[in-house]
Ligand binder design. Structure first.
Ligand code: COA
Length: 294
């Protein structure tokens, strides 16, 4: 029987792009203390940039900043701030500019997620994710925009693919990420004439991340996600990091207002994280399959 093609593991961006393309540049990344955003930060730093990583947990940020600096030879500033608080974000931006003198690149990456059907999700649960993802993105843009106008810089917003369809248990995140996509488009149109670009990266399921751990079914309902990916393997944080380097690089200077799904093509297959329709007919029955509480 013919065998399917399985795409090899991703290469590091340094195998494709020159090491010094971001020399003298500064990245400001919310959510950079862990997961996908940490890998995005590391890749940008490997090409010469210094970075500030912003998050809620200072101890995790400090440990990550040390790790990133050691791995890349460039400087990383950990700054504690909740993206829901505009004042704290402005202070984080001020600290970054005080240390590095400028900001060229911004990754709006801080996000919250858990699985819950509309029938069980509280108003506060819905609002919390909207506040972190959508308002957090807006607050980050507002706090950084003067610096990006000055540097003719570039934004990347970390979104998702799940709102391209009606993904059950994800109404809060779907609404939040749809708004992030829309925000990026307006930012691109308004700020293009000021020399600022804005694009969205929409990761599919990425193995080994907290998001994937929270969103995938456990136990007998667990699925082999790789088999549903047209390119035949799980997503890797380096897949997202590589697109980040491209979009911030001069090679992408004529690209703005776009959305880049990075998912090996699985957006088009319409697989679901939980068995359907069982998971929506009887939410209580799926509590054992998922990590979060309902
Ligand atoms: N299921 C249902 N509701 C949930 C929930 C879950 N798993 N987790 C939180 N909520 C609800 C809470 O019950 C609360 O609503 P209530 O007051 O009506 O009870 C509301 O959301 C706020 O929860 P709280 O824990 O106070 O908010 P928080 O700001 O501390 O953190 C998250 C909320 C979503 C950010 C938290 O889950 C988190 O820290 N996640 C880690 C980051 C993450 O998800 N990363 C992956 C991104 S893909």
């Amino acid at each position: 029987m013919p065998q399917r093609h399985v795409e090899p593991a991703p290469v590091d961006s340094t195998a494709v792009f020159k090491n010094d393309i971001f020399k003298g540049k500064v990245l400001f990344c919310t959510g950079g203390g862990s997961g996908i955003c940490k890998a995005m930060t590391e890749a940008v730093m490997r090409h010469g940039a210094h970075a500030a990583i912003v998050g809620r947990k200072l101890d995790r940020l400090q440990a990550s900043a040390e790790e990133l600096a050691a791995a890349t030879g460039n400087q990383c500033l950990p700054v504690q701030a909740d993206v829901r608080n505009p004042k704290l974000l402005q202070e984080a931006v001020a600290k970054t500019v005080e240390k590095f003198g400028r900001i060229d690149f911004v990754i709006c990456g801080a996000a919250g997620n858990f699985l819950a059907p509309i029938s069980k999700l509280s108003e506060n649960g819905f609002r919390t994710v909207i506040e972190i993802d959508t308002l957090g993105t807006y607050n980050t843009i507002k706090a950084t925009l003067p610096h990006l106008r000055a540097s003719k810089g570039s934004y990347i917003h970390v979104s998702a693919t799940l709102h391209y369809r009606g993904t059950p248990y994800q109404v809060h995140v779907s609404a939040a990420k749809a708004a992030v996509d829309a925000t990026s488009a307006v930012l691109a149109v308004e700020e293009g004439p000021h020399g600022v670009r804005s694009n969205v990266i929409a990761p599919g399921p990425i193995a080994g991340t907290e998001g994937m751990d929270r969103l995938s079914a456990k136990g007998p309902a667990a699925q082999d996600y790789a088999s549903f990916v047209p390119l035949g393997r799980d997503g890797d944080v380096r897949d997202i990091a590589n697109v980040t380097v491209f979009l911030f690089s001069d090679a992408a200077r004529f690209i703005t207002g776009q959305i880049f799904p990075v998912d090996g093509g699985c957006e088009h297959l319409r697989t679901l994280p939980l068995p359907y329709p069982e998971s929506v007919v009887d939410p209580e029955a799926v509590t054992k399959m998922i990590k979060p509480r309902l």
